[in-house]
Design a protein around this ligand. Structure first.
Ligand code: ME8
Length: 549
């Protein structure tokens, strides 16, 4: 995915996905994070005129869910229903604009996964074999002898690895190993960011091995067609969601006719946004599966454009875990949003989050610092200065500009440059970079006010035309800053635009909205309460009240 390929263009499809989340647990800051990032990209791309499809959902099969349900005295389906509802509610709460929410226990998904299994068993790329190895029960994956030794025979969750022998169905990954390596080597943007790509290429230097794709030690999963004592390994089942939701395997089961085919037919980009711990599955096993399907005659199926693996939120330098009890859970997220607003929470997630190769620390003091700097003293302050002065000096109407006034800032050029920066950053999945471009416009307005001092000039009535020119430029630049920051903070930026008399109308695109001079003199401007009231770090950290398991 080059920057150019993804850039603004009318109507071209853009498909973005999050991982589907396990229903053995409730949503937390991690699942909310990936979904917020995907949402921000989806909103930006829609505004840029792309035909976007944004998918999220839940991963409901597997041993982990079966065990977790048993511990809670529930059936796996009951637990899945309950937690899928929590995920839906959480994603609605954080303002996610996903177009579909897929659940792997849905008929449309199960039927298509069984078709895939049948096709691959028939082509010989899935076969019955025997295996002994080190198994990570938490991750539901086998690790090689080398990896097991390196980790001191400890699983990802800190428990010991177990030695397991099984007769299983296997996927012939060995057959596709070199093709996948070549794909990643020759295509710099298939796995992003660059550091993650190198990690995967490093692992691909190891000896190739086939991967088990079925289990017999639990039953909560999709039965292997023709050999029902085996259930499909959760990973194969889960990865297929990206295609089954579009009806790519069989549109008859997609339940949407052929209307979603265009989102993955080679005419646009397909971006899988994931966390770093599931990169191997997405960067290696997933393309290999698609290649195997191609070999089995499904040459209509395409590879994704980019697998983007972000790092993790940690808490005060430590990994977040249930054992440490230091998770930013939903209740805490609600408490933050109650105090600072959902938009501020999204802003923090998006601008300070671990999208790069390093983990990001969620720390209260840091949250307050960023909130005050960017929002209360940044955009919010610039907005209230400008709307207040327009109210005070021009009766709340956007003033006229003087002809040929040169106030030292070439706004049209600045805006064109910042918009281009935002588009190119978003195309490279650099969400923080894209949002920074908007914030820089609003910071430039603040500086411009300090330098041109309209509040001082206004003391002499003769200067009012000059003051008007300054305030027109401020209001127009702030309008555009709000447009650029809106994918992160839809409600707050809509309020800001509303007060500038410039709500976004249906059908308006980024290109229309970032055109300098759209704001008409005479437009009514409203001043109002602070968009982002200042925060005080001396207040205790917001904390949520637990509402059950
Ligand atoms: O792995 N910081 O589901 P899952 C940032 N069902 N993101 C985090 C995070 C953290 N501390 N913790 C979790 C699964 N995430 C499989 C996926 S996809 C075909 C199947 C996010 O419920 C991050 O996106 O364990 C990570 O990849 C995902 O939650 C894992 O969710």
């Amino acid at each position: 995915m080059t920057t150019d390929a993804i850039a603004v263009s009318s109507g071209r499809p853009f498909y973005i996905t999050t991982p589907i989340y396990y229903v053995n647990d409730r949503p937390h800051v991690g699942s909310c994070y990936t979904t917020i990032v995907a949402d921000c990209i989806a909103r930006f791309m829609r505004l840029a005129g792309r035909d976007v499809f944004f998918l999220t959902g839940t991963d409901e099969h597997g041993q982990k869910v079966e065990k977790s349900a048993a511990e809670k005295g529930k059936s796996p389906q009951e637990l899945a229903d309950e937690n899928a509802r929590h995920f839906r509610e959480a994603f609605e709460f954080i303002g996610s604009t996903h177009d579909d929410f897929i659940r792997t226990t849905e008929d449309r998904h199960e039927k298509q996964v069984q078709e895939v299994l049948k096709a691959l068993i028939a082509s010989g790329d899935i076969y019955l074999g025997e295996f002994e190895g080190w198994y990570d029960e938490g991750q539901e994956e086998y690790v090689t002898e080398n990896q097991a030794r390196e980790r001191d025979y400890t699983a990802f969750n800190g428990k010991p690895l177990v030695k397991a022998t099984e007769q299983n169905y296997y996927f012939r990954l060995t057959k596709y190993w070199d093709r996948v390596r070549k794909l990643i080597e020759e295509n710099e943007t298939f796995v992003r960011p660059a550091g993650k790509r190198s990690e995967v290429l490093g692992r691909l230097k190891d000896e190739a091995r086939d991967v088990p794709v079925s289990r017999t030690n639990f039953s909560w999963g999709i039965p292997v067609p023709g050999d029902e004592q085996h259930v499909t390994y959760v990973w194969i089942d889960a990865l297929m969601n990206y295609m089954t939701a579009l009806g790519k395997i069989d549109e008859g089961f997609g339940g949407v006719g052929g209307s979603r085919q265009k989102y993955w037919d080679g005419s646009g980009e397909v971006v899988h946004l994931i966390g770093k711990e599931i990169l191997w599955f997405h960067a290696v096993i997933w393309p290999a599966l698609i290649m195997a399907l191609e070999d089995a005659g499904r040459d209509d199926l395409k590879l994704p454009t980019t697998v983007y693996a972000h790092s993790f939120w940690i808490r005060e330098g430590k990994k977040m875990s249930k054992t440490l009890g230091n998770f930013i859970d939903l209740e805490t997220i609600h408490a933050y949003c109650d105090r600072y607003g959902l938009d501020a929470f999204r802003w923090y997630m998006l601008t300070q989050g671990p999208l790069s190769a390093t983990d990001a620390d969620f720390a209260y003091e840091h949250f307050v610092e960023v909130y005050n700097a960017d929002l209360a003293n940044g955009f919010g302050n610039a907005h209230s200065r400008v709307t207040n002065m327009i109210a005070k000096y021009f009766g709340g109407e956007v003033p006229l500009q003087e002809e040929n006034a040169d106030l030292g800032v070439d706004w049209p050029a600045t805006i064109a440059q910042k918009t281009a920066e935002a588009v190119s950053a978003m195309g490279a999945v650099d969400v923080a970079g894209a949002l920074k471009a908007g914030l820089e416009v609003s910071n430039a307005v603040d500086l411009f006010i300090n330098e041109t001092a309209p509040f001082r000039l206004a003391k002499d009535e003769a200067n009012l035309p000059r003051v008007g020119t300054i305030l027109y430029q401020c209001a127009e630049a702030l309008r555009i800053a709000a447009v650029l920051m809106r994918p992160a903070m839809p409600d707050a930026m809509d309020a800001a635009l509303e007060r500038l008399g410039s709500p976004i109308r249906d059908g308006q695109t980024l290109q229309d909205l970032t055109r300098w001079g759209l704001l008409r003199p005479g437009t009514s401007v409203e001043k109002g309460d602070a968009l982002f009231p200042r925060a005080d770090a001396k207040d205790p950290e917001p904390s949520g009240v637990k509402t059950g398991a």
